[in-house]
Design a binder for this molecule. Structure first.
Ligand code: ZN
Length: 99
């Protein structure tokens, strides 16, 4: 497992779909937000939360900083681990959407 037990259902989902999850790296928001793993897909967050029964400690946020960068991320506030996907505004036609 690269993330934490709370994000594990999502990690397994990505792996089942053959979507690569990057190694944990310091969050783009700094050390205090923990270590995040990147993947090349967008998320239908409400659908995933329900289907995978993600716990309340896992939050989902989309951030569009334009040239400063962007992300769409499931973050576990207990473990400070995250799975960082692509913001829907920056998805390419080939970018897969996970629901
Ligand atoms: Zn956790």
């Amino acid at each position: 497992m690269k993330t934490c037990p709370h994000l594990a259902p999502l990690e397994r989902e990505l792996s089942a779909r053959g979507i690569a999850l990057g190694e944990p790296r310091v969050s783009p928001y700094g050390e205090s937000a923990g270590h995040w793993c990147a993947c090349e897909c967008t998320f239908d967050a409400p659908a995933l939360r329900t289907r995978l029964a993600l716990p309340d400690c896992v939050t989902y946020e989309e951030y569009d900083g334009r040239v400063a960068g962007s992300d769409a991320t499931f973050h576990c506030r207990l473990c400070q681990r995250a799975i960082m996907g692509i913001h829907p505004h920056y998805a390419k036609p080939a970018t897969r959407r996970i629901a």
